[in-house]
Design a protein around this ligand. Sequence first.
Ligand code: SF4
Ligand code: SF4
Length: 330
Amino acid sequence: MTRELFLEIVVASGKGGVGKSTISSSLAILLKEKGYKVVLADADAEAPNLHLIFNISKWDKESDYYEGRIAYIKQDKCINCGICYDRCVFGAIEFSEGTYRVNPWICEGCYTCSFVCPVKAISFKFKVKSGMLRIVRETGYGFPLVSSEIVPGRPNSGKLVTEVKNIAKKIMRGNGILLIDAAAGIGCQVISSLAGANLAILVAEPTPASYSDLKRIHKLAKHFGIPSTLIVNKHDLDKEYLTKILDYASKENIQVLGLIPYDDAVPKALTQMAPLIKLYPDSKASKALIKIAEKLDSILSRWDEWRLEHIPSKIEPFKPIIIKPREESF
Ligand code: SF4
Ligand code: SF4
């Protein structure tokens, strides 16, 4: 029997390479086995890799994603003054063989050049292909996977991630768990992943870099008012940093879902392009993941109550640092 629930759960980490994709793929399988309707979303448009874990080489649906604009110079109008070249902060205007041209791979479509051009020689091409959206209806484990890939050099990967989530939500039709495997860091893709989510599963490993990045991603989750849980992967790497991470979780009311030991089975499963939990079900890491899924299930079973107990008490807005251009540069 399918269990009724409609939640967006984001698996996120401030630092890359801590095992998010292994954890997301295994949790998707384990939650499906517990009776939830699951849709898995790969929210790393710059480096998608969940399809590799499921050994998916053919997509059921693939469509181009168009977004944004790119400037171009009408050479018949250009008087070669070079003002646009000086003012484009992205360095997207190039000068070669006596001609100014826009490099379409760098242009952010910000309009500055068209404002400053004295002879209105700059126009825009709209609806530029920015990426691909991909769906596989059946991963082999009873749930679909939605993924994407940004065209190298195109901006706005965050919008592509939002589109991935929109497609996944349409597939869910108001029921199920949307499990989002976020990109690393705290950039626009991660912001898109967290926006509107109900629960964050933060993944860290006991290293100085991961501890520092955990605090940054948690601050972002708090900014969105999202309650957080924690998984410490490769927990046996360092006792001192494990203690620091667990102390931080306790102080910040982050429920620890579990600790996963270092296990050679993890890289072996990745090279064999199969989910760890299925390929090596008796491995130490798989056993830890099974316990983690049980703990997550117990949270979901009393979701409304748990949410009230763990919702961040103080929402921390991010204060942007605004760097104004120097007056004399204009
Ligand atoms: S639109 Fe902006 S980024 Fe593109 S060339 Fe013009 S100034 Fe540069
Ligand atoms: S500002 Fe206008 S006229 Fe001057 S180089 Fe650029 S496109 Fe040509």
